[in-house]
Design a protein around this ligand. Structure first.
Ligand SMILES: [Zn+2]
Length: 454
């Protein structure tokens, strides 16, 4: 006994598949985003295909050579976004035709993806509405100019309109790319979107600030597109929200990262940046879709001011997050994250907690913890803007009128005093604080400036 029967069985299996079409569509998935709708065919192997569009009614036809679809997949076709339905049928003997019914005219682009850790071979169809003209791309990027240093004389009146400051909130991963996955099955893309939504709400309620969600649902946005969207929204800041993961379950804590082109601040920071940068591979980005505008922007010394501001922002947010969770690293970390490469927008990436740590995974799922995280991020953002009030912004004006100061990491009474044009003694008299113990997050009343006698 031994070899012969099993060889026969394998041979029979192969011939069976060969007759019916050797390739199997195992699942059809759909992600509806605001800019496009993505249809993904999961395949048992790489495929030869052709694609064309038909009108009246609007539809896209994909023909696959020697293929069939699993009955389960065929019975549970997704709809959403620009897709009102998906049908299949046999074609040319052993081929498969997939018809995608559309709600309106759409331009399809398609590409194949090779297997990765999560998925096998895939055929990806990105459908863009032909109605929405693609947004113009702004160029060249301006250089970030830091606002006047604290202590510099307050300029009156504000030179430009009272614009709101725009905070771009970038929930990591999404769609095809779940990000890291906890042992209870928690997906990074879901919890970071939940935190981001909480933050969006808080920022919307904050006078002088406006939120912009880079990703507002369960779909993938490429890393370069994330930067483009922030730029198109004229974002003043870019905050990317993630959850960390490590092979050891005991790894824990919150960390904040800024860009470093020259090198990562530690081996683990380098490793993490590689994981996060691989997002495009998992999320599925077409290789011929050259997103060259920002990719071609080389980092150079003109970015120094932006990087310094990013470091400042990172420090503020790390300080306030320290009251919510243990810190993984006490300092702002640096590594070469693609998503942080905007040359003119101060950008940070927050690893809120370790999804691979069972205790922190549980916390990340909790709306209360999500809220605490988002509040701490807001405190950091406000602290950054308060310390560097952009001229002409409503926030800067409110900040002066409000005459309140949220104590930030690294604040000193003398620095606060000079920022508001008052003396340390005045602040102490109005608040009964000692210069030695400034509690981060505590609000100080700022007494009115003494008007000089003329
Ligand atoms: Zn991530």
């Amino acid at each position: 006994m031994g070899l012969l029967p099993s060889v026969l069985a394998v041979a029979l299996l192969f011939s069976h598949w060969a007759v019916a079409g050797s390739l199997l569509v195992t699942e059809v998935r759909l992600w509806a985003g605001p800019e496009s709708t993505r249809v993904v065919l999961d395949l048992s192997e790489s495929v030869d295909y052709s694609i064309f569009t038909l009108q009246n009614p609007e539809r896209i036809v994909v023909d696959l050579d020697s293929a069939k679809i699993s009955p389960i997949a065929n019975q549970s076709m997704p709809t959403g976004g620009l897709v009102s339905g998906i049908r299949t049928g046999p074609r040319d003997g052993d081929g498969l035709r997939v018809v995608i019914d559309l709600t309106e005219t759409a331009r399809p682009s398609s590409f194949k993806l090779k297997p990765n850790e999560l998925y096998g071979h895939r055929l990806v169809l990105d459908l863009k509405s032909s109605v929405i003209a693609s947004a113009p791309i702004k160029s060249p990027p301006p250089v970030y100019t830091p606002p006047a240093a604290p202590g510099a004389p307050i300029q009156v009146p504000a030179p430009r309109t009272n614009r709101n400051l725009v905070v771009a909130i970038d929930a990591g991963h999404g769609g095809e790319d779940p990000g890291a996955i906890g042992s209870r099955g928690t997906r990074e893309k879901d919890v970071v979107l939940a935190v981001s939504r909480q933050l969006e709400k808080l920022i919307r309620d904050e006078p002088g600030l406006d939120p912009v969600m880079i990703r507002s649902g369960d779909y993938y946005v490429s890393l370069h597109r994330r930067m483009q969207l922030a730029r198109q929204a004229n974002a003043d800041l870019f905050v990317s929200v993630h959850a960390n993961s490590f092979s050891s379950k005991s790894a824990h804590g919150t960390a904040v990262y800024v860009l470093s082109k020259r090198g990562a601040s530690s081996e683990s920071a380098r490793w993490l940046a590689e994981q996060e940068n691989a997002s495009d591979l998992v999320g599925g980005v077409s290789l011929d879709d050259k997103e060259d505008v920002l990719a071609s922007v080389l980092l150079d010394l003109s970015q120094a001011a932006t990087m310094e501001a990013s470091m400042d922002l990172g420090g503020q947010i790390l300080g306030s997050l320290g009251s919510v969770n243990r810190l993984h690293k006490g300092n702002v970390q640096q590594a070469n994250f693609v998503v942080l490469r905007s040359p003119d927008i101060p950008s940070i990436l927050i690893e809120t907690a370790f999804i691979s740590n069972p205790k922190e995974e549980k916390q990340l799922r909790s709306p209360a913890f999500q809220r605490k995280l988002s509040r701490a991020i807001l405190v950091g953002v406000k602290g950054f803007f308060a310390a560097n009030p952009p001229p002409g912004s409503a926030f800067a004006q409110l900040n002066r009128q409000r005459r309140q100061h949220v104590i930030q990491n690294g604040d000193t009474l003398s620095r606060i005093a000079s920022q508001y044009g008052v003396t340390v003694k005045q602040i102490q008299a109005a608040n009964s604080v000692s210069a030695k113990r400034l509690l981060v997050g505590k609000i100080l009343k700022i007494p009115p400036q003494l008007t000089a006698a003329r």
